[in-house]
Design a protein around this ligand. Structure first.
Ligand code: NAP
Length: 294
């Protein structure tokens, strides 16, 4: 069993910390909003630390699960950040969805300090995190993955090594692009059908039963039909990820016109106060206003 520090206890990090504690590891937690850390630590039997640096000082493995590039930069490289205090033998696992540029910057900073970084963004959302069933995409050194695998597997149903640092961010952003594009396309199609006079429920039932509709989208259509947009993967985070995907595509001169249009749709959703915190399925709210649901 390892000494594991978890930095970031939002919807995902708190669940991952719980799975790691359940697996028998000795868990220390830190969160920017300290009250959250106190609550989570009490629930899962972890210790709290007042700063990222103090949280990681005795760690074998550190998992960070933070909102975005700015959060990752602040927590690892900012004042009181984790990097300066990370033991030489520790493995840092950045599980947040960040840009490829940020992952590479973090890897370089760790390398300079002779610590090992894995980037390990996850596919799956809160239900998968509750069920140890996230899919972890890992970029970095195979030996570092061997050292951290037991901890990553505490919350993952699948682990795939996709290459060096930066590769996992690229894969994760491509995957979220595929998901976002499809959710946006189904949402606008349901909205269009509803305006032709079909009920939302019938449109969702029809599209959800087709052989061209992937299982993940069948679930989303069920949520459209119920207009159940309780957040798992909030629109604001989808929008962030599609923005990062656009930056990556530009940096490698790769045309992604479809993903770029989906990014605009989710940016519109994220800028609407009533939609931003809804689940990814809640993007349908852009198209379902004033249409018959039953
Ligand atoms: P969340 O609930 O919004 O939690 C975000 C976490 O980041 C919180 O702990 C927050 O601290 C912290 N944070 C934000 N800005 C910070 C800053 N400047 N400095 C330090 N800490 C900061 O998000 P989540 O759903 O857990 O997602 C976490 C990451 O996983 C994101 O990168 C997301 O894209 C990715 N992801 C999410 C899902 C999903 O379905 N939700 C699925 C796969 C991947 P406070 O508590 O103080 O605000």
């Amino acid at each position: 069993m390892s000494a594991v520090s978890v930095l970031g206890l939002g919807a995902m990090g708190s669940r991952m910390a719980a799975r790691i504690a359940e697996a028998g590891h000795d868990v220390t937690v830190w969160n920017r909003t300290a009250e959250t850390a106190t609550t989570v630590a009490a629930e899962i039997g972890a210790t709290t630390a007042p700063t990222p640096a103090e949280a990681v000082a005795s760690a074998d493995v550190v998992i960070s699960m933070l909102a975005d590039d700015a959060a990752s930069h602040a927590v690892w490289l900012g004042e009181g950040g984790a990097l300066a205090a990370l033991p030489e033998s520790a493995v840092a696992v950045e599980a947040s969805t960040i840009t490829q540029t940020m992952a590479i910057e973090l890897g370089a900073a760790m390398g300079g300090a002779e610590r090992r970084l894995l980037e390990a963004p996850v596919v799956g959302s809160r239900p998968q995190a509750d069920a140890d069933a996230l899919f972890s995409l890992v970029g970095g050194d195979a030996d570092a993955l061997d050292a951290a695998r037991g901890v990553i597997e505490a919350y993952s149903g699948g682990v795939r090594h996709v290459g060096g640092v930066g590769n996992a961010a690229a894969c994760k952003l491509a995957i979220n692009g595929l998901f976002g594009v499809q959710v946006a396309a189904y949402a606008e199609s349901v909205g269009m059908l509803a305006r032709t006079g079909m009920s939302v429920a019938d449109a969702c039932d029809l599209l959800g039963g087709l052989p061209i509709t992937a299982p993940g989208l069948q679930r989303i259509l069920g949520l459209f039909a119920e207009q159940n947009f309780a957040p798992n993967f909030p629109v604001r985070l989808v929008s962030k990820d599609l923005g990062y995907l656009g930056q990556l595509a530009d940096s490698v001169d790769s045309a992604m016109p479809v993903a770029s249009t989906a990014a605009e749709v989710f940016a519109t959703g994220a800028s609407a106060e009533s939609i931003s915190e809804l689940d990814i399925a809640g993007i349908a709210a852009l198209y379902l206003e004033d249409v018959a649901s039953g």
